[in-house]
Ligand binder design. Structure first.
Ligand SMILES: Nc1ncnc2c1ncn2[C@@H]1O[C@H](COP(=O)(O)OP(=O)(O)OP(=O)(O)O)[C@@H](O)[C@H]1O
Ligand SMILES: [Mg+2]
Length: 250
């Protein structure tokens, strides 16, 4: 199964969710690939200890700009491999906007060659609806939309839902919504109201598992570990565990 983890809003927990799902499933013995297509390269920096030494030609930049095969790197997590991102990805949208070939399918064309080697592939998307995100939506079967509490956060769903429909129509009929994942949940009225509105508006599409706001996540990233290695009994680890069970029955 190939899944894009996306949201149009920044800082909702996409990268954390990508890392946690990928590492959590890999730790259960499944073969997993995480593709980082965000120029911030946050997932790459957490999962690849030697990230700073990786040249731009050994990142997703080579695939997106030069149609090169996906550069796969081993991570310290057993069964988990990573295609890292690069800061120069921030310039690729301009190049893709003027490209005349199948600019939406550069990731898909290369992923098709290796997807059979993995049980699960996750793509960590940037917080924009750029050609990079369109490349992700064109390459996957499912989009997992990450939502955190707040008015702007809820509002951003309208646009991303529209984009998913457009990519489905123009580039990838196989694409569908895996669900909305509510993250950064805390005991405030704002969280309660946000979740209520989300469940009322998108009945049936909101996942049962809710990820709590939990500092263990930030601490884990600080020491470049996934939450299952850092603190397997933390609230967030248990919540991501629940999500893995709900989505994949693992
Ligand atoms: N459940 C959580 N509880 C507390 N902090 C969290 C949680 N999930 C993520 N964080 C922290 O919040 C920040 C944003 O999370 P993350 O990077 O996963 O979001 P993102 O959607 O990928 O952001 P961007 O849009 O910039 O790519 C990070 O510092 C991360 O460590
Ligand atoms: Mg991110």
């Amino acid at each position: 199964m190939v899944i894009a983890v996306a949201s149009q809003k920044g800082g909702t927990g996409k990268t954390t969710t990508s890392i946690s799902l990928a590492a959590g499933i890999a730790r259960k013995g499944k073969k997993v690939l995480l593709i980082d297509i965000d120029s911030q390269a946050n997932a790459s920096k957490v999962l690849l200890p030697d990230y700073q030494k990786i040249a731009v030609g050994q990142t997703i930049h080579a695939t997106i700009l030069d149609n090169k095969p996906l550069p796969v790197h081993k991570s310290p997590v057993p069964n988990l491999e990573v295609v890292p991102a690069h800061i120069l990805l921030s310039n690729t949208d301009i190049a893709l906007t003027t490209a005349i070939d199948h600019r939406e399918a550069r990731l898909k064309n290369q992923l098709d060659k290796i997807r059979g080697q993995y049980d699960y592939v996750f793509i960590d998307c940037p917080p924009t609806l750029s050609w990079l995100t369109i490349n992700a939506f064109t390459a996957v079967e499912k989009a997992l939309v990450v939502v955190s509490p707040g008015y702007f956060e809820l509002d951003s769903i309208v646009q991303i839902t529209k984009s998913i429909k457009e990519v489905q129509e123009f580039f990838n009929p196989a694409l569908s919504l895996l669900g909305f994942l509510f993250t950064m949940s805390d005991p405030t009225i704002n969280t309660k109201t946000s979740l209520q509105i989300l469940r009322q508006t998108y009945t049936g599409s909101v996942l049962q598992a809710v990820i709590p706001r939990n500092t263990d996540i930030r601490d884990a990233h600080m020491v470049k570990k996934d939450i299952f290695e850092f603190s397997p009994n933390s609230k967030s680890a248990l919540a991501y565990q629940k999500l893995i069970k709900e989505l994949f029955s693992l």
